[in-house]
Structures are given as structure tokens and as C-alpha cells.
Design a binder for this molecule. Structure first.
Ligand SMILES: Cc1cc2nc3c(=O)[nH]c(=O)nc-3n(C[C@H](O)[C@H](O)[C@H](O)COP(=O)(O)OP(=O)(O)OC[C@H]3O[C@@H](n4cnc5c(N)ncnc54)[C@H](O)[C@@H]3O)c2cc1C
Length: 442
């Protein structure tokens, strides 16, 4: 089971029409819906399970500029400004706190990579600092073992994944959003080539536009429209502890283990260096496109042949209007955490920071990260499908960037001046595989 998410009540009346239907109640769909209702657009948000039950509540909650792909910097900068005012905008707590983020460098090569990113980011006005070993130990009291240095962005922060998307959804409802949970979209239908309606398990909704913000399901939703999205899944395991007083303020990645303090006094513990790349039919289908990214990330990714692959062979098919679909059969993607990773993480943490020796594990879970070959999202209209917009493929860092991603998606739908240049996020970029490249800075 994933972590408990703050409850949001669905709107009592089922809608029969809307200007825009947003599919997917993760943080990206919710942020898009919030931006749309703020523009006065008649919007319906459909979620097959409950708001934020998949990736958006299972993540670490880091809101980071640090180490971002340079193409994402304008979007994350806009997002961080939105996070700063989020509690006020929503009139409720989403947990955002600006405590900084630190990535340790374990050797000179990594430290130099951090330095190159810092220089490039400085040109975008981002204030990140390189720390030597002494500065690292002052910032992280009690840190044991060898440390070469680190990369620190003091203005980065963290929010609470179990609160943020529900708080945004609640605020959007108060501004006129119609939210339907336990409402799977089976198919998206067109008339004369244009989006005309969506068919859900509870009935049809006529609309002018749809936003596909289905996280790991977006590929299947697009396949139903005959559109190919090269999207794969990576399983990542997480645990949270009971409240524990330890004096580490920034979110901290030590490579094999990463940690952050939670608003409830506990800690979210994870690892950026041990993720399972699920071997599925799509992994073979898109091998060529993903190969450069896999080579860049191979130290932190292990191919894994297991249940997800089998499930996709047997059951994952695009939905059809008149039939019970896979989206209803799997209300919430809830993969099992990888136990050996959890055990190793805790051991590494206790070695690096003995103040955690007495930690008590309260819960563990895993999430399926949806990834694209260049590890930056698609926020884009779809050629030849007027009325369809996609906002997906956030590749393990969509929580922090979601507020501005939702704003950009809403701007593209309404035709307003986009909050940032949408060009890097166009879906059509995958037509030219040689231009698709992933960068790894951390
Ligand atoms: C373990 C882990 C750690 C992470 N750490 C961070 C981090 O620290 N910082 C960060 O920025 N990002 C992080 N991420 C990534 C981040 O969580 C995701 O990028 C982000 O949550 C994606 O949001 P989303 O709305 O696109 O997708 P999701 O949250 O997956 O939401 C998609 C929703 O669409 C719904 N849906 C799909 N199909 C249908 C349908 N047919 N009908 C109705 N509803 C449908 C699903 O039920 C789901 O709720 C992490 C992810 C994981 C798993």
C-alpha cells in the first residue's frame, strides 16, 4: 500500500459536458485543472482511483532546481516561485518549506560534473554553490565516512506529497472544478478528427479539449488515439520513519541513500542509486530510443524482469468504450517495494549518520516512475489530433516542476502566451531519435 493521502471529496453531480476534460488526478493533472479554473475555463478532472494515489503521493517531495536538465530550468524556476506562494494561493497547507537541497559528490569526477552544472545554471540566475568536504560536514552535522564535496542550492525546498495535490484539488473545486474520482476514462473519441468526448465507466462527457496527464498510463491512453509515446517505467522504493529528532535541515542525497525531514517529524528515506527498470514489451520496442539514456543512467538502473512485464504482456491494452478497461481493473498502481534496497538504504544511512541508529520504520512503498528517452516531459499539443494536449513523462522529477507544468499546459489549451517556451517539451521531438539525448549532472 502507498502512503495515506489527504482525502478530497468528488463533486456530487456527474458532468455531461465541459470545455476541457483533464485525465489523471496526479499532481500534473491537478495543477493543470487548477490553472484552467483560475482562467475561468469550465473544467472536469477524472481520476480512476483517488487524487495523488500513484506517483504523486509516493515520491520524496523534493522541489529542486539542483542538477536539473538545462532545458527544464525556466520551467522549474517558474515552479519554485509558485511553490513559495502556494499555501496562500490554496488557502491550505501543501507542506512547502525552503530548506535547500544538497547532493554529495563522492569523487573528483562527480564534483567536476556538479561544477559544470553550477556554471551553466548560474547563467539562468540559479544560485547553487559547490561545497568542499569541510563545508559539507558543517552543513550536515555528524556526517561520517569519506566525502569529497557537494552541490548545494539553498533556495530549493520540499513539499508534502501526501498533501500537495489534494490541497490543490480542493482549492480548484472551490473555484468551480468538477472532480470525479473512481471514474476511469475508457476511451477518447473524435468527430471529424477533432476531440469530441471522453467515455468513462460512468458515462460520456462531451468536451472541446482533453489533457492527458495519466502518468504511467499516458502511453496507453495515447495508443487508443493511434499516437505513439515512447514511455517506460522504473520502480523506485521508499520508506518513512516514525518521528526522530536529527539535525539535518536540507534534503540530502549521499548517493546510495537520500533523506528528507517530513512535516510529521518523521523522515522519508530512499535511494537515487538503486532503481529497477522494468522489462516490458515496450522496453524492447523502444530499446533503441532509450539506449543512450540507459547508458547514462546504468550505474543507478538495474533491468528487472518480473510481474510488471508479465502483466503488460497479458493485460495492458488501450480501453474500448463499451468494455471494462484495464484502467478500472487497476485502480491504483501499487508495486511492491524492493526489500533488499530498503535494508541496504537503512544500513547505509546509519553508517553515514549515526544519529539515525534508533530509527523505526513506519511504512514502505514503491512507485512506478514514468520515463521518456531524454528524461524531460512532454507538454504538448498532438499533431493531427486537434483538441488533445499531453502533459506527462516527468521522468522522476515531476512533483517539483508540476505547478508550472500545469500552468504551461493550461496556457497551451487556452492559447494564452505560454509561461515558458514550450519548444523543448514537444511530443514530435521523438521523430528524430538522433536529436534525443539525456543529460546526467548529479
Ligand atoms: C519513488 C518516487 C520518488 C520521486 N521523487 C520525486 C521528487 O523528490 N521530486 C520530484 O519532483 N519528483 C519525484 N518523483 C516523480 C514525481 O512523483 C512524478 O513525476 C509526478 O508525481 C508525476 O505526476 P503525474 O500527475 O504526471 O502522474 P501520477 O501521479 O502518476 O498521476 C497520474 C494519474 O492518472 C490517473 N489515470 C491514468 N489513467 C487514467 C484513466 N484512464 N482514467 C482516469 N485516471 C487515469 C492515475 O490513476 C494517476 O492517479 C518521484 C517519483 C517516485 C515514484
Amino acid at each position: 500500500m502507498g502512503p495515506n493521502v489527504d482525502n478530497v471529496e468528488s463533486t456530487p453531480a456527474f458532468p455531461t459536458r465541459a470545455e476541457v476534460v483533464v485525465i489523471g488526478g496526479g499532481i500534473v493533472g491537478v495543477a493543470t485543472a487548477l490553472a484552467l479554473v483560475d482562467k475561468g475555463v469550465d473544467t472536469v478532472l477524472l481520476e480512476k482511483g483517488v487524487v495523488a494515489a500513484e506517483q504523486s503521493s509516493r515520491n520524496w517531495g523534493w522541489c529542486r532546481r539542483t542538477g536539473r536538465d538545462l532545458r527544464e530550468l525556466p520551467l522549474i524556476e517558474a515552479s519554485m516561485q509558485m511553490w513559495e506562494g502556494m499555501n496562500q494561493r490554496l488557502g491550505r497547507e501543501c507542506g512547502f518549506r525552503r530548506h535547500g537541497i544538497v547532493y554529495a559528490a563522492h569523487d573528483e569526477k562527480q564534483f567536476e560534473r556538479h561544477g559544470r552544472w553550477r556554471e551553466a545554471a548560474a547563467e539562468h540566475g540559479i544560485d547553487s554553490r559547490l561545497l568542499d568536504a569541510g563545508q559539507m560536514r558543517r552543513l550536515v552535522p555528524g556526517l561520517q565516512g569519506p566525502v569529497f564535496g557537494g552541490l548545494h542550492t539553498p533556495a530549493d525546498g520540499r513539499a508534502e506529497p501526501q498533501k500537495a495535490a489534494p490541497a490543490m484539488a480542493q482549492a480548484a473545486i472551490e473555484r468551480g472544478l468538477n472532480l470525479q474520482q473512481h471514474c476511469a476514462v475508457r476511451s477518447i473519441e473524435r468527430a471529424g478528427g477533432r476531440i469530441e468526448r471522453v467515455v468513462t465507466e460512468h458515462g460520456e462527457i462531451a468536451c472541446q479539449s482533453v489533457v492527458i496527464a495519466g502518468g504511467a498510463w499516458s502511453r496507453l491512453l495515447l495508443a487508443g488515439l493511434g499516437v505513439t509515446l515512447p514511455q517506460l517505467k522504473v520502480r523506485s522504493s521508499v520508506l518513512r520513519t516514525r518521528p526522530l529528532a536529527v539535525d539535518v535541515e536540507p534534503c540530502l542525497s549521499l548517493g546510495r541513500v537520500a533523506l528528507r525531514k517530513r512535516l510529521d517529524g518523521g523522515w522519508t528515506i530512499a535511494s537515487s542509486s538503486n532503481n529497477l527498470a522494468e522489462v516490458t514489451p515496450d522496453a524492447l520496442r523502444f530499446l533503441r530510443l532509450f539506449w543512450p539514456a540507459y547508458r547514462v543512467e546504468r550505474e543507478i538502473l538495474q533491468p528487472h524482469l518480473g510481474r510488471q512485464g508479465l502483466d503488460e504482456v497479458l493485460r495492458w491494452r488501450p480501453g474500448q468504450a463499451e468494455r471494462v478497461s484495464i484502467y478500472e481493473r487497476i485502480r491504483v498502481l501499487d508495486p511492491a517495494p524492493h526489500r533488499p534496497t530498503l535494508v541496504r538504504m537503512v544500513e547505509d544511512l546509519k553508517r553515514a549518520l549515526p544519529a539515525f541508529a534508533g530509527l523505526q520504520v513506519a511504512q514502505s512503498w514503491a512507485g512506478l516512475i514514468d520515463t521518456l528517452p531524454d528524461a524531460i516531459p512532454v507538454i504538448s499539443t498532438v499533431e493531427n489530433v486537434p483538441g488533445c494536449l499531453v502533459a506527462t513523462g516527468f521522468s522522476g522529477h515531476g512533483f517539483g516542476i508540476a505547478p508550472a507544468a500545469g500552468q504551461l499546459a493550461a496556457d497551451l489549451i487556452t492559447g494564452d502566451v505560454p509561461c515558458v517556451d514550450p519548444e523543448p517539451f514537444r511530443l514530435e521531438r521523438f521523430r528524430h531519435p538522433h536529436d534525443v539525448r539525456a543529460q546526467h549532472w548529479l
